[in-house]
Every structure is written in C-alpha cells, then in structure tokens.
Design a protein around this ligand. Structure first.
Ligand code: KDG
Length: 319
C-alpha cells in the first residue's frame, strides 16, 4: 500500500536562539530539525495519515540527526539519500529582533547536500503509489538541479493521476530574481490541484494582495482549490467560485516559524479525509496556531485527538 502523501525538500538543523535579540549577543541555541516539507510530512502523520519525505542529507552527524528525528515522528525516510560530498544545511533563528514578536532566519545552506537533489532521486513508483505529492517554492529555489527535480516529481505525479499540492512559500533570499521565481512557479501551477499561498508572496510576485484578487488570479492558472493564509486574520479558500473564510486562534506566540507548514498539513490532511472546506480551514488554522506556541517548527503541531477536542468546544481559549 502506498503512502497518503509524499513530499520532497531540504531539512536543516535549526539553531534557535534561546535569548531574544540580535544573534551576535545570543549565547545559547536550541537544536531542532526543520524544513518546510518535512514539517508538513510530520503534521500529516500527526493527523493520522501516512507520509514520506524525499531528500538528501550529508554524511555527517547533523544529517543523521535530521533523518532520525523525522523517522522518529513516523515519516517514511526510505527515499532519503546520504551524500558523501556535501554537508547537511543549517540555519539560525533570531527571535524578537529586529521586529518584536517576529523571528528571522539566517541560512548556512549554500551547496548543501539537499541542494544537489537530482531527478534521479525521484522514485516514480513511490510517488505514483501515493495519493498526493506536496511541493513548496523553497526547493526549486535551491539550485538548478533542485528546480529540475521538483518539476520532474510534479510531472510524475500528474502522469500517474496523483494529486499535487503546492505552497508558494516564497523565500526572496533564495531566488536570483523574482522573474525566475515567477517562471518556475508557472510551471508548477499548471500541474497543481491545490494551491496554498499568502498575501506576502502574491504582493512580491504579482503585486496583488487581497485574497479575492489572489483567488481570481490563481484560479485561472489551474488549481481547483486555492487557499490563502492570512496569519492573524485566519485563512480563506476558494473552490468552484465559492469563498470560505475562517478566523485564526488566539495563542501566545513563542516562535512563528513553521506555522504555515502546520497549516498546510492540517488543511491538506482534512481534504484527503474528505472533510468540508470549512473544516479543513479550521483544522489548518488550529495546526498553524499551535505550531507557534513553542520553539521548533514541529513540536507544537497538534495530534488529531487534540484537534478534534478543540473543534468540539464552542469557545476556544488556547492562551
Ligand atoms: O516554514 C519553515 C521553514 O521555512 C523553515 O524551517 C526553514 O525550510 C526552511 C526554509 O527553507 O526556509
């Protein structure tokens, strides 16, 4: 039996500042394993479905750590390759500076093992046996071969009749130019069934910001579901000309990094479970909110039991 979802991308060691403020004054860091796609896969497993993650890590202790964490969360890592020639990427999180309440990331990932992903890393049968292939805008920005690999994986999924979901996840620092990002995303939009995006990405890419404008623009590109993550304002989905909006959950935010991946996991798992679009947005919002309550991208993502119990209460106070 195949997996419910398969995803592919880089996971790095995240060194998350214990103290708030500029990195130069931080003296202690917590170590976590984090990457948009593996975060998503872990969230899907917490929702009671099965997930596989395709990647490369270095033949180093950080690589062994990353794989063992993700495997430990119940994600299938049988398609992860160990690269003897390049290291596992790392990045730092600076908290509460320069913007109070926000985190910023500092990457050390150039020429990492995952940036060497190639189309030969894609096992077509592995994808064809799954129900959904999830990709994000981060991986194709890492290198020319990564871009080819993601396009190839999406093609494989499409040809096999496997649903494709895509989160634009625009990382301006990783792209050479916005034109390059736009041209790459266009190749993915036309093959994707579920598109997840946000006003920040759409403003930078297309100079549009309102959810309605985004839905109108994106729907023409092919996906049958367009979801827009609105942060504190919740999320919206557009399906067959219908717009649905659900509010966010009020939580004490410790570290917002990873909230978007948790939303994707909750939203897409709900769709795969056949739940309504309203419920899918609510579940996505719960997952996204809880992910921000602790450091690390995945530690706060709730299990299905917790999501169900939150949904069953009329008044939800998560603070
Ligand atoms: O969504 C969180 C991720 O963006 C973060 O963990 C790091 O994957 C990452 C990236 O490439 O920015």
């Amino acid at each position: 039996m195949g997996l419910d979802v398969v995803t592919m991308g880089e996971t790095m060691v995240q060194l998350n500042a214990v103290q708030m403020g500029p990195l130069r004054y931080v003296t202690t860091f917590e170590k976590h394993a984090a990457g948009a796609e593996s975060n998503f896969a872990i969230g899907v497993v917490r929702m009671g479905l099965t997930a596989g993650w395709i990647s490369r890590v270095g033949n180093d202790d950080f690589g062994r750590y990353v794989v063992s964490e993700i495997r430990g969360e119940g994600v299938d890592v049988s398609e992860v390759r160990i690269d003897d020639e390049a290291p596992t990427g790392i990045y730092f999180i600076q908290r509460g500076y320069p913007f109070p309440g926000k985190s910023t990331v500092v990457y050390y990932r150039k020429f990492s093992a995952a940036s060497k992903l190639e189309p030969t890393d894609v096992n077509a049968k592995y994808i064809a046996n799954s129900r959904l292939m999830h990709v994000t805008g981060i991986t194709p920005a890492l290198s020319g071969t990564c871009k080819k690999t993601i396009i190839h994986a999406v093609d494989v999924a499409k040809k096999a009749g496997v649903q494709v979901s895509f989160d634009t996840n625009l990382r301006l620092r990783l792209w050479k130019s916005l034109d390059q990002a736009r041209a790459t995303f266009d190749l993915i939009y036309e093959k994707c069934d579920i598109l997840i995006t946000d006003p920040y990405s759409c403003k930078a890419l297309y100079n549009i910001k309102s959810p309605q404008e985004i839905a109108k623009f994106m729907s023409k590109k092919g996906p049958s579901i367009v979801a827009v993550k609105l942060g504190e304002a919740g999320s919206m989905a557009f399906v067959g000309g219908r717009a649905v909006k659900k509010p966010s959950y009020d939580v004490h935010v410790v570290d917002p990094i990873g909230a978007g991946d948790a939303f994707d996991a909750g939203f897409i798992s709900s769709i795969l479970k056949g739940w309504s679009i309203e419920k899918a947005l609510q579940v996505g919002n719960i997952c996204g909110a809880l992910a921000t309550t602790v450091k690390g991208d995945v530690e706060g993502i709730p299990t299905l039991d917790l999501v169900t119990s939150i949904l069953s209460k009329e008044e939800i106070v998560l603070r």
